[in-house]
Design a protein around this ligand. Structure first.
Ligand code: FES
Ligand SMILES: [Fe+2]
Length: 362
C-alpha cells in the first residue's frame, strides 16, 4: 500500500513496448550496472581473450602479460574498425583494417607509417577501457567508470555464494543453454523475480525441486535474494546428499539487478541466468551450468535438460503472452499482490524491481 492506501500498480505498458524507453535504458540501467561478461576460466593464459556485449556495445576481455584481467571497447582508435572476434589468444592486438597494433594493456604499439605524421603522439592513443570485476570467478563488466564496487551493490552476496558453493572458484562452465524470448527484457526479469506463478505453471520445479510454501524473495542492496527449502527427498527429481554440506537442503538465488542471477539448486548445484536484450521486444536468456574443473556430470546434464524442458519452456509461454497483452488496448496496469508478510504468494519483489526499473528511466 502507498500513503493513499491504494495498492501499488504494475508499471505502465509503455515501459515494455516503447522503443524510446529501451533507448533510454541503454544509456542508464544497462550502461551503468554490473553485468556478466564471462568466466575467468576463459582467460587462463596471458593473451587469452573473449568478446562480449553490454548495452549494445561491442567489448572484449583479455588477460595481460602481467596476469591482470582487462576489458576494452572492441573498436580501433584509428578509424573505428572492430579489433577482435569470438575468442582466442593474441600476444598483440592487430586491427584488420590498416594494421595498427595494440599492447594487451591497450596502449598503441605501432602503425604503418605513423612516424611520418608530424606531431603524431603515440602515447596519447590507447584503447578505451571498461571496468571489470572478478566475482567468485565470474567476470562482470560495467560501462560506468565511476560505478561503485559489486560488493557495495550486492552486499554479502560473495560470502553467501561461497557458503552455498564452497568450490565456486574451481567451477567451470560445462553447458550453455540459449533461449530467445519474444518479450521485453523486463517482462522476463519480472517473471524470474516472483514465485506467485510457480505452483500453477512449474509443476516439476514446485513438486520435484523446491517447497513453494517456504519460498520468499527479499531485497539485499540491488540483489533480490530468493530462499526456499528443497522438496522432500522422496519427491526430488535428482539425488542430493543432505550430509554433504550444511546448505545442501536449500535452494537460493541471488538476482543481481538488472540481468544476472546466481541460482543454487538443492545439492549445492550452481547455475546462472543472464539476459541480453536484442531490442525493446526481444531478449535472449542464457542458462549456464557448471561443475568443479569442468568435469562431465550426468546429474548436471540431466538437470540442465529437465530445467530447459520444464521451467524454462513454461516461462517462455508466460512471458510471450504477457508481451502480447501489454500491447492490448484492453490492458490497464493491475494492482500488485503485495502481502506485508511476504512469502510465495506475494509480489513485494516485483514492487521493488519495478521501482528500480522506474528510477532507471527517470
Ligand atoms: S581502423 Fe584500425 S588500423 Fe585503421
Ligand atoms: Fe517461472
Amino acid at each position: 500500500m502507498d500513503a493513499s492506501n491504494n495498492p501499488t500498480r504494475s508499471l505502465s505498458a509503455r515501459y515494455y513496448t516503447d522503443p524510446a524507453i529501451y533507448q533510454a535504458e541503454k544509456q542508464s540501467s544497462l550502461a551503468t550496472t554490473w553485468q556478466l561478461a564471462g568466466h575467468a576460466s576463459q582467460l587462463k593464459n596471458p593473451g587469452d581473450y573473449f568478446t562480449f556485449e553490454i548495452a549494445g556495445e561491442n567489448l572484449f576481455a583479455v588477460r595481460t602479460r602481467q596476469g591482470e584481467i582487462k576489458a576494452y571497447y572492441n573498436v580501433c582508435q584509428h578509424r573505428a574498425h572492430e579489433l577482435l572476434k569470438g575468442s582466442g589468444n593474441k600476444g598483440v592486438i592487430v586491427c584488420p583494417y590498416h594494421a595498427w597494433s595494440y599492447e594487451l594493456t591497450g596502449a598503441l604499439r605501432a602503425g604503418p607509417n605513423i612516424d611520418a605524421v608530424p606531431g603524431f603522439n603515440k602515447a596519447e592513443i590507447c584503447l578505451q577501457s571498461v571496468r571489470v570485476e572478478d566475482f567468485c570467478g565470474f567476470l562482470f563488466a560495467n560501462l560506468d567508470n565511476d560505478a561503485t564496487s559489486m560488493d557495495e551493490w550486492f552486499p554479502d552476496v560473495r560470502n553467501e555464494l561461497t557458503e552455498f558453493v564452497p568450490d565456486i572458484e574451481r567451477l567451470k562452465p560445462v553447458k550453455w543453454v540459449e533461449v530467445l524470448e519474444n518479450c521485453n527484457w523486463k517482462v522476463s526479469i519480472e517473471n524470474y523475480s516472483e514465485c506467485y506463478h510457480c505452483r500453477l505453471n512449474h509443476p516439476t520445479f514446485a513438486t520435484g525441486v523446491v517447497k513453494p510454501e517456504t519460498y520468499d524473495i527479499q531485497p539485499q542492496g540491488y540483489c533480490l535474494r530468493h530462499t526456499t527449502e528443497c522438496q522432500n527427498l522422496d519427491k526430488m527429481t535428482y539425488p542430493i546428499d543432505l550430509d554433504s554440506n550444511p546448505r545442501a537442503g536449500e535452494y537460493s538465488s541471488w538476482f543481481l539487478w538488472p540481468m544476472v542471477s546466481f541460482q543454487v539448486y538443492p545439492g549445492n548445484v550452481l547455475n546462472t541466468y543472464h539476459w541480453r536484450p536484442v531490442d525493446h521486444e526481444r531478449v535472449v536468456v542464457w542458462r549456464g551450468w557448471y561443475t568443479i574443473d569442468g568435469e562431465p556430470s550426468d546429474v548436471i546434464e540431466q538437470l540442465a535438460i529437465q530445467d530447459r524442458e520444464t521451467t524454462v519452456e513454461e516461462d517462455i509461454h508466460l512471458v510471450q503472452s504477457v508481451q502480447r497483452g501489454l500491447q492490448s488496448r484492453g490492458y490497464k496496469p493491475g494492482p500488485l499482490v503485495v502481502d506485508p508478510k511476504g512469502g510465495v504468494n506475494s509480489e513485494h519483489s516485483i514492487k521493488t524491481l519495478q521501482s528500480w526499473m522506474r528510477d532507471a528511466t527517470g
